[in-house]
Write a protein that binds this ligand. Structure first.
Ligand code: NDP
Length: 254
């Protein structure tokens, strides 16, 4: 048995949505596992890059990138590949949420959620996958779906979000099969309610109701997702592709 099967030493990992929340915290754990990190976000995540570089002695750099713009994604992947010399791993995580009843959703509301949560996840995975294939390299991709890919949350109305996340889960499975022969693994994680801006800026009454429905009696933290991401990125999961790991404090179990 290899000694440190969870090590990401010698790898370069791209993380999207790394300015804050899940992406920011998981970036620290990925760096702690030894990977150099390229952080993509709409916002300038230089503070995250500087922090993890100082704490873990890895190379880290932030790139401003709107994942809904395939040209911007291509430019950021090209720049990161140039800066780091190679790319190996992807945590494809940027996403947004909209609480709005389907009957009130405008076409623009719908398009925005699908554009970030599904199209953005796809553009980054596709362009990253093409980079790997063009360089004859295998790699591992982890997408952030949600328990909303599997269940319908209440009382908030968020059909666009739920549909986008169900699509991400199945996109991961589809690419996993399509890219088996390229040695590229693709998995997803499905977090439950996690304490970040997305949940903390939600209606406090909703938050109370959510917590009352979670068997754990609390929301999760971004730190509690890191182990799953590292497992799926690392050589600990070489026979795992197309899997979805639900991490939700038992929310979907009951
Ligand atoms: P945050 O809002 O805290 O972080 C998301 C980051 O992604 C922000 O910096 C955001 O920027 C950025 N972002 C948004 N749109 C784009 C874009 N077009 N291009 C690049 N970056 C973008 O959210 P979380 O950390 O909570 O969420 C991360 C992922 O986890 C999302 O996919 C979310 O759906 C998923 N998730 C979250 C759960 C939770 O309870 N928190 C539960 C299940 C899944 P800006 O703030 O400017 O929009």
């Amino acid at each position: 048995m290899k000694k440190d099967i969870f090590s990401l030493q010698g790898k370069v990992c791209v993380i999207t949505g790394g300015y804050q929340g899940i992406g920011e915290i998981v970036t620290g754990f990925i760096a702690d596992a030894g990977a150099d990190v390229a952080i993509f976000d709409l916002n300038d995540a230089t503070h995250v890059a500087e922090k993890v570089s100082k704490e873990y002695g890895v190379k880290a750099k932030a790139y401003i990138c709107d994942v809904t713009d395939p040209q911007a994604v291509q430019a950021a992947i090209d720049a990161a590949a140039q800066d780091f010399g190679t790319l190996d791993l992807l945590f494809d995580n940027a996403g947004i949420c909209l609480h709005k009843a389907a009957l009130d959703c405008t076409p623009d509301d719908w398009r925005k959620v699908i554009d970030v949560n599904l199209n953005g996840i796809y553009y980054v995975a596709q362009i990253f996958g093409k980079y790997l294939a063009d360089h004859g390299k295998g790699g591992s991709i982890v997408m952030t779906a949600s328990m909303s890919a599997t269940i319908v949350n209440i009382p908030q109305k968020q059909a666009s979000y739920n549909a986008s996340k169900a699509a991400v889960k199945h996109l991961a499975k589809s690419l996993a099969v399509e890219w088996v022969d390229k040695g590229i693994r693709v998995n997803s994680i499905s977090p439950g309610y996690i304490r970040t801006a997305i949940t903390e800026l939600s209606d406090p009454e909703y938050q109370k109701l959510w917590i009352a429905s979670i068997p754990y009696g609390r929301m999760g933290t971004p730190e509690e997702l890191a182990g799953a991401v590292i497992y799926l990125l690392s050589d600990a999961s070489t026979y795992t592709s197309g899997a979805d790991l639900i991490i939700d404090g038992c929310f979907t179990v009951v």
